[in-house]
Design a protein around this ligand. Sequence first.
Ligand code: ADP
Ligand code: X2W
Length: 294
Amino acid sequence: MEGLSKAKILVEALPYIRQFAGKTVVIKYGGHAMVDPDLKRNFALDVILMKYVGIHPVVVHGGGPQISRIMERMGIRPTFVEGQRVTDDETMSVVEMVLVGTVNKEIVGLVNQHGGRAVGLSGRDGDLIQAERMQIYKYAGDERPPEILDIGRVGRVHRVNPRVLQALEGAGFIPVIAPVGVGPDGQAYNINADLVAGAVAGELSAAKLILLTDVEGVLDPEGRLVPTMTAAEVRRALGDGTATGGMIPKLKACLKALDRGLEKAHIVDGRTEHAILLELFTDRGVGTEIVPGG
Ligand SMILES: Nc1ncnc2c1ncn2[C@@H]1O[C@H](COP(=O)(O)OP(=O)(O)O)[C@@H](O)[C@H]1O
Ligand SMILES: CC(=O)N[C@@H](CCC(=O)OP(=O)(O)O)C(=O)O
């Protein structure tokens, strides 16, 4: 953290530590933010520090770029519709292998290697993330009903079962969740990690949702950072094309969590050193904060 002495950091952090001690903070660690070994190590240290000062971090991770890389190596071309990966059965196996088998274990390993106690879960463990098939509606003209697009085994969160998370929190562990859900048929569903993070934050009545990504925050059409948005402004940004691609599920996830009582969501640049600590424990606003209201 440039320009900050350790003592100054501590003095600045104390009121925030008091404010969040005993509360849950959900952190979404995006695949695009998992770029270099130092940043990954700092991410692990930040999460451990949070736990150490009495906050309950819950990590939900992505891994979109990592899935696409393996698909390409296997000769499968990744395709997306409205930011959601088209997921046939073969792709679902790759998604589960990469998210649950590789990315999840890497994050758990990093946290534990640096002195934390993390436990990796997919949404199939303990029926944590119950999914239903996502329908995507496409406008087909004023006179015709919308077309329903089939994007395969892509889910939306139907319900979060918090019991396994509560048990882990009670025993002092840090849950690390891969965004694979379980459908009513017992099958795995691929769910966008932002949507999982929003639903988990809502279910756990989290004090904050922090989404770490590869941009400074939400940018306006001129490319300038928007420091604060209300829920109404977010709805407008979703409707007028300001937010596209991967920003769409992020903003939807924030809205969903705010609807369930979350006080604030933050979209911050995960490529900044110690982005989580800057967001949680200092006065300098980083990224975009999203608050309820109009
Ligand atoms: N208004 C916007 N402000 C910032 N980023 C935007 C906006 N609209 C679209 N994006 C895109 O959203 C991306 C972040 O989402 P995504 O690629 O899914 O990242 P992650 O892996 O962190 O979930 C940015 O890199 C950017 O290309
Ligand atoms: C349905 C869907 O698109 N699922 C995502 C799950 C991973 C994810 O969300 O990763 P990021 O957060 O790194 O983008 C995918 O397959 O890429």
